[in-house]
Design a binder for this molecule. Structure first.
Ligand code: SAM
Length: 243
């Protein structure tokens, strides 16, 4: 039977070439193994609804790799992916940037189990996986204000997401929210929450994904001051009563 990666890789090569990203043969192998493991596992539990090889290359891998343009992701940076799900954007970033240390967080046990098996299978040594809610992790001294960067995609609207993510970053660090094409209203609605949590929006770029007409937004928020101790509030409160 044809492996999913055999159909996906030709598109991936086009995507990285159009994004002007250099990928080594070892990194291509890891991406292919990730892809095959994901689509085998996806038969057992729901990890992704995007299955078409072209769409996977563009919307999962290409979208994740747009983070590589961010110069604040320095060598040695400690980065946390909140709501990592099937591993996007954290796993592609970890494959491309072995000089960084990634922590992947998800509240669903089945998904963190998948991620733990995946990193073992790929022999990726710069990733650790944490099962839990971002609200609890953000109040845990082991994680609170310990990261240089936070990344998150498709987890919650920005006013809610800010409360899940900003408490995890050190002052001087950055939070990247990978958003859909129309993030302007989300950014305005989150202004007050971001300021309250010690952040400031420093850039808001439109990102065009190759091979499709798809447009995304990459919102970067820098952490300017410590987050007040009361945030994040208890699990579920940020969603029920957004700041
Ligand atoms: N980031 C991945 C992507 O873009 O493909 C997954 C997106 S999926 C739609 C959202 C994920 O966030 C789910 O796996 C869910 O379990 C997780 N999640 C939602 N709220 C969370 C929270 N408060 N703490 C940790 N994980 C959360």
């Amino acid at each position: 039977m044809t492996k999913h990666s055999e159909l996906m890789l030709p598109y991936l090569h086009e995507v990285v070439s159009l994004l002007q990203i250099e990928v080594s043969p070892e990194q291509v192998d890891k991406i292919a193994n990730f892809d095959d493991f994901l689509f085998d596992y996806n038969k057992k539990i729901n990890l992704t609804r995007i299955v078409d090889p072209l769409e996977v290359a563009v919307k999962h891998f290409g979208d994740s790799l747009t983070l590589l343009s961010q110069k604040e992701l320095f060598a040695g940076a400690r980065v946390i992916d909140v709501g990592a799900g099937a591993g996007f954007p954290g796993i592609p970033l970890a494959i491309m940037r072995p000089d960084m240390q990634l922590t992947l967080v998800d509240s669903l046990r089945k998904r963190t189990q998948f991620l733990s098996e995946l990193i073992e299978k790929l022999a990726i040594t710069n990733v650790d996986v944490v099962w839990g809610r971002a609200e609890d992790i953000g109040q845990n001294p082991k994680y609170r204000e310990k990261f240089d960067g936070v990344i998150a995609r498709a987890v919650a609207p920005l006013n809610i997401l800010a409360e899940l993510c900003l408490p995890l970053i050190k002052v001087g660090g950055h939070f990247w929210a990978l958003k859909g094409p129309k993030a302007d209203s989300e950014v305005s609605a989150a202004d007050r929450a971001i300021a309250l949590l010690g952040g400031k929006v420093t850039s808001h770029e439109s990102v065009f994904l190759p091979l499709t007409e798809d447009c995304r937004s990459l919102v970067c928020i820098s952490k300017q001051s410590l987050t007040p101790r009361t945030y994040p509030r208890k699990a579920g409160v940020p969603e029920r009563q957004p700041l």
